[in-house]
Design a protein around this ligand. Structure first.
Ligand SMILES: C[S@@+](CC[C@H](N)C(=O)[O-])C[C@H]1O[C@@H](n2cnc3c(N)ncnc32)[C@H](O)[C@@H]1O
Length: 392
């Protein structure tokens, strides 16, 4: 493909990504993968170049742009090499018309930027390294580093490896043999905040495909040394846990599919019985903008309010599941107070029998009783995490 044709391809992709963000369609990565799959003529260099153009343009535009072309023109305003490619050549973008507007550069939609004064927003939009968690049920960090021939220990999580720039690890024997899982250091720290131990009853209330469940299983020395119950309302996600657990040598994890709004019924037998309840709640994902920068075009104040309602409900559900002396660990991959510090304040007002404890010694910044992790400060994705201990 010519350089101009790559720019035109990126414009077409941006149009799809903008529409998907407006209509709650698929994520940018999924759109790009599908689009490229259907265009076999694009070679590996074309693919890399198109992907880079798309993500550079997405990162540059804080508000959702009018069109892919407006987004690419914003990038071209900063890069004369790109501007020169709007030349009307075959398969390339049409020349810029007189008065044609480029999208305005920015960090985030104005309403969100106003809620993010306490974090480095530009760092939220930076490029993420690849973090791995070494599976202690199978190996240790030094052996995994030797097997991979790459990586450095992450600064805080004892089983973390950071690979920067990222490499494809899914095809590596160490991955196939269950030695490693792809997991941001922040997620590893959340599992560590649970301090799950052998013999305990641990509920992962929003387990998804089990990323943190597997870390909890490793901390428990394997789930057969206690009870580890992974729950979610999403059948497809939860069904991905079993094969991952087998690969990781962590068979025996119980799974429970919950009905949305009827979660308490499905968990009645566990009332006041858990040592630990991890609530890795559904959230806006503001803390993962490094990986999904277009997510900032999806969020609306209404959607944020709906998420906050679900989070408060899940916290109350968690409170009913914890035994006296047990703990809830509440986490969101968001740095918005509406999903973090404000949720914690509401919970404490509703449940005076719980006390807030710092979930780990380092890293993170204290915020409203919990801890905020952020890419600018801690090098992790953005998270809010809190540990709530129930009085004996
Ligand atoms: C942040 S994700 C969890 C990620 C997962 N813990 C991991 O480490 O990979 C939030 C999960 O909450 C689930 N969820 C949404 N509403 C729920 C509810 N009412 N009860 C339980 N899980 C819910 C979603 O399906 C989603 O998988």
């Amino acid at each position: 493909m010519t350089p101009a044709a790559r720019v035109e391809a990126a414009i077409q992709l941006l149009d799809l990504i903008i529409a998907a963000a407006r209509d709650q369609g698929p994520a940018a990565d999924t759109i790009i993968a599908g689009w490229l799959k259907a265009r076999r003529y694009a070679g590996s260099q074309d693919r890399r170049a198109i992907r880079a153009l798309v993500y550079d343009a997405v990162r540059l535009c804080g508000e959702r742009p009018e069109s892919g072309r407006a987004a690419m023109l914003a990038l071209a305003d900063m890069r004369p090499d790109l501007a020169a490619l709007f030349d009307g050549s075959p398969h390339g973008p049409a020349p810029v018309a007189a008065g044609e507007a480029a999208a305005a550069p920015g960090l985030a939609p104005a309403w969100l930027e106003a809620m993010l004064g306490h974090v480095d927003i530009a760092a939220l939009l930076g490029r993420a390294p690849l973090d791995l968690r070494v599976n202690r049920l199978k190996t240790d960090r030094a052996a995994a580093m030797r097997a991979l021939g790459a990586g450095q220990p992450t600064p805080f999580a004892p089983d973390g490896l950071r690979i920067d720039p990222p490499i494809a690890v899914e095809a590596h024997p160490a991955f196939r043999d269950g030695w490693i899982e792809v997991q941001d250091e922040g997620s590893q720290l959340i599992a560590l905040a649970c301090a799950a131990r052998a013999g305990q009853t641990v509920i992962d209330l929003c387990a998804g495909a089990g990323g943190k469940t597997l870390a909890l299983a490793a901390d428990m020395g394997g789930p057969s040394s206690g009870r580890l119950i992974a729950c979610d309302t999403d059948r497809a996600r939860l069904s991905r846990l079993a094969p991952r657990a087998i690969r990781a040598g962590a068979g025996g994890i119980e799974t429970r599919l919950l009905g949305g709004g009827r979660e308490a019924e499905a968990l009645g037998d566990l009332a006041a019985g858990a040592d630990i309840v991890l609530i890795d709640a559904p959230c806006s994902g503001v803390g993962t903008w490094r990986r999904n920068p277009e997510a900032r075009w999806r969020l609306t104040p209404q959607r944020l309010a709906r998420l906050a309602d679900i989070q408060a409900r899940l916290l109350d559900l968690g409170a009913a599941l914890v035994r006296p002396g047990g703990a809830i660990v509440y986490a969101v991959c968001s740095v918005l107070d509406a999903e973090g510090a404000d949720q914690l304040a509401g919970f404490c007002a509703r449940h005076p029998d719980f006390a807030v404890k710092r979930p780990f010694i380092a890293p993170g910044e204290d915020r409203g009783g919990g801890v905020l992790l952020s890419p600018g400060r801690d090098g992790t994705d953005g998270f809010f995490v809190a540990r709530l201990e129930r009085a004996c």
